[in-house]
Design a protein. Structure first.
Length: 232
């Protein structure tokens, strides 16, 4: 695989990971509206109360799509048969479900954030994968190839984890405009699990990048030691 192919594969894995994280966050964030009996939520989203069943379904399906996306990202890192098709299936489903959520919120509430962000990210990542599937590009980015170096796989996984962690930890800021009612940022309802998940992803990502860096240095060190031993 040439450098352009490696870059495209790396980009695809990163965006697949970010999309999976956004789907999980989007599904979890909608659960307050869909399932909570809190009077504050009911009054704030009174336009949606008659069709809560729709949002309940969207929550469950969106979270499942996000989890499937995480598995797809892992399989993309490892490589193997049908991993590209699995990623496409997750993204197409994400676009369809995200589109339903987007249109429903826009129609009923007159505002679609953050459902629109989730929809656009799914669509953009799907576009990347469709471009990769074009003959000529597809041969450069061979996801069926399991022969990528350990350093490349570990680096891609580490960077994906770090970016996903940053996305989770900054959700309190970028989701605030659409989740602040009566001066209260409702994202903080999930503050503990979000912080734990984000910190875990960051630590895991930096650990993977460190391992990749050490692994890339060891062969050079071993070669130098072998040459030194042979010269004596």
């Amino acid at each position: 695989m040439d450098k352009s192919g490696k870059a495209l594969r790396f980009t695809a894995i990163i965006f697949m990971s970010l999309t999976a994280a956004m789907n999980i966050l989007g599904g979890a964030g909608t659960s307050c509206v869909a399932f909570s009996s809190n009077i504050g939520y009911r009054m704030a989203f009174k336009e949606l109360m008659d069709i809560r069943w729709l949002y309940q379904g969207l929550v469950v399906i969106t979270v499942l799509i996000g989890l499937a996306g995480v598995w797809a990202a892992i399989r993309l890192v490892r490589g193997g048969p049908r991993v590209y098709r699995w990623a496409l299936l997750c993204l197409v489903t994400g676009v369809l479900i995200g589109g339903v959520h987007y249109i429903a919120s826009l129609t009923l509430r007159g505002a679609a954030a953050p459902a629109n962000v989730k929809f656009y990210l799914n669509a953009f990542t799907l576009l990347i994968f469709l471009l990769i599937g074009i003959p000529g590009i597809r041969e450069k980015v061979d996801f069926t190839n399991t022969g990528s170096s350990k350093v490349e796989k570990t680096s891609a996984a580490g960077m994906a984890a770090i970016l996903a962690g940053i996305t989770v930890l900054t959700v309190f800021s970028w989701a605030a405009p659409s989740h602040t009612l009566h001066g209260e940022n409702w994202v903080f309802v999930f503050s503990k699990p979000l912080l734990l998940c984000g910190i875990f992803l960051l630590i895991s990502g930096f650990n993977l990048l460190t391992r990749a860096a050490l692994h890339s240095v060891r062969p050079e060190t071993s070669s130098a030691e072998l040459e030194y031993a042979q010269s004596r």
